[in-house]
Write a protein that binds this ligand. Structure first.
Ligand SMILES: [Zn+2]
Length: 284
């Protein structure tokens, strides 16, 4: 684990931290889209129908009453559960007083729900906490909590269905709606642009100040590398005072041109965050 010790020293020494995170981080925090056991527990009807994991539901077209049964239970679990996430809290502790920014493909807001400032985040793929028209008839988006609650109040776990009158619809045109996350050309992202503008300003400041930057990439693989993984590499390339710390169990490799200022840590996010939190090796 020499690389991890070097990486920890770099994070400690860095003036600024850019966290770039993908699905691997939330999976390590207990929200694993590939977890068969949890799927069977939460979605007994879908499990009986032969489905085994949440990722199989992404982009799947089903009759609306089944679709909203799944999305309501899933969103409640991953976006509206009231509990803190110890793993995200530990990550916040590692960042400490350093000037930071977060860029994540995760749409669960686990960063802002565990001590990270919502104004220091860019979430290009959206937020389960909002919903939108699928037409879309307007660029407006709305908080999803009421439609999730309405669906759950009218949901039967035995059948996996939401009763037809409780299926959400557009407040503006009455048409079909979906959560405000990137899953097609209908996706409305206007309201996430200010996050990108703030990230760009923050990076410009980082360059002008000459301060050192640790780009800490966690669990961002090759599902959508253009969203998190490659931009993080580009930032590292563009800023001479930046170093890249890549935490990835399955795809830790770093590009050759960054080899002398990148650490590849082939371990899952939980292991690494716990070791960075307790560098002496103590387990509690
Ligand atoms: Zn509409």
């Amino acid at each position: 684990m020499n690389d991890l010790r070097d990486a920890a020293e770099w994070i400690t020494a860095a003036d600024r931290v850019l966290i770039t995170a993908g699905a691997g981080l939330s999976a390590a925090a207990g929200f694993d889209y590939t977890d068969h056991e949890r799927f069977a527990e939460l979605f007994p009807a879908l499990h009986r129908a032969g489905l085994r994991a949440r990722y199989e539901m992404i982009g799947r077209d089903l009759p609306a009453e089944y679709l909203w049964g799944f999305w309501a239970v899933h969103t409640k679990d991953i976006r509206f559960n009231p509990g803190p996430s110890p793993l995200y809290e530990q990550l916040r502790g590692i960042v400490g007083d350093r000037d930071y920014f977060v860029m994540t493909s995760n749409v669960d807001q686990l960063f802002s729900r565990n001590g990270f400032d919502a104004d220091r985040m860019y979430t290009p793929q959206g937020d389960y906490g909002l919903y939108q028209c699928l037409t879309p008839c307007t660029r407006e988006v709305w908080p999803s909590e009421p439609i999730i609650r309405q669906s759950l109040d009218n949901y039967d776990p035995a059948t996996g269905k939401v009763s037809p009158e409780a299926i959400p619809s557009c407040p503006n045109c009455g048409g079909r709606v979906f959560l405000n996350v990137y899953a097609g050309a209908w996706y409305i992202n206007d309201h996430f642009r200010p996050g990108l503008d703030r990230l760009n300003d923050w990076l410009a400041e980082t360059r002008e100040s000459g301060e050192t930057l640790a780009v800490v990439e966690i669990g961002a693989g090759f599902n959508t590398p253009g969203v998190i993984r490659w931009p993080g590499e580009q930032v590292t390339r563009a800023l001479p005072n930046a170093r890249l710390i890549r935490v990835n169990r399955d795809h830790p490799d770093v590009p050759d041109d960054l080899a002398d200022r990148a650490w590849a840590i082939a371990a899952d996010a939980r292991t690494v965050i716990e070791q960075l939190t307790h560098p002496s090796g103590a387990s509690s």
